[in-house]
Write a protein that binds this ligand. Structure first.
Ligand SMILES: [Fe+2]
Ligand SMILES: [Fe+2]
Length: 219
């Protein structure tokens, strides 16, 4: 991490509401430079968040199709997909109530880069997909907690209300990964942890829910 430009900058601590297991799972908290960009980007953040919930649901559905022979995984992913779609509906209602125009928000590099590291072949594909799910859920929870103090009261309440669901999703992905691949899992988690942290601290062209801090524009 020392090679990244922001890693040596004074890093903030995890927000107080971030659950202990997530603090221990993630290598770095959200950088202050990302949080500083939030107040000017709330509409965009809501639009991107709506996309993230849709993608979380469709990723869970994809697991249903790919692993029909794993009943525990199928059951958990089915429930998770429904919950993510409920989150999508909740964010959508906030977007509508605030009169925010639905607009295209470019896909974040974050999930694409994590998924690019997923093993193409089984059993590594299942192991890595579940690890990615755990990181995405853990980071979402961490960001909700970090964001909440920067938002107006109704939005802060909304994001604090989502914390426990995303923490539970993190635990479920991790438990499924351990059940599927008990041995050697921690080495692979460590590799994804390093990549995830790099994506979170390295500046990003597009600001989004899971982006790094936005690139500095010339004044
Ligand atoms: Fe969600
Ligand atoms: Fe989730």
């Amino acid at each position: 991490m020392s090679s990244t430009p922001l890693a040596s900058a004074a890093a903030p601590a995890f927000a107080p509401d971030v659950p202990g297991p997530i603090r221990r799972f993630l290598a770095v908290p959200t950088p202050a430079a990302w949080l500083a960009a939030v107040p000017a980007q709330v509409d965009r953040l809501l639009l991107d968040h709506a996309n993230c919930e849709k993608k979380a649901a469709s990723s869970a559905l994809a697991m249903l199709y790919r692993y029909p022979d794993r009943p525990d995984l199928v059951y958990r992913m089915s429930r998770l997909a429904r919950e993510e779609l409920r989150h999508f509906e909740q964010v959508g209602a906030i977007i509508a109530a605030r009169g925010i125009a639905w607009a295209h928000v470019p896909a974040s590099r974050y999930a694409a880069r994590l998924r690019a590291e997923v093993d193409a072949d089984e059993p590594g594909r299942l192991r890595d997909t579940l690890i990615c799910g755990a990181f995405i859920e853990a980071r979402s929870c961490e960001r909700f907690a970090a964001l909440a103090p920067l938002l107006d009261a109704p939005l802060a309440k909304f994001y604090r209300g989502l914390l426990s669901a995303e923490a539970r999703h993190f635990e479920q992905y991790l438990a499924l990964a351990r059940a599927a691949h008990g041995s050697g899992l921690d080495t692979r988690i460590g590799q994804f942890r390093d990549l995830e942290a790099r994506l979170i601290v390295t500046r990003d062209e597009h600001f989004s829910f899971h982006s790094g801090p936005p690139v500095r524009r010339p004044a």
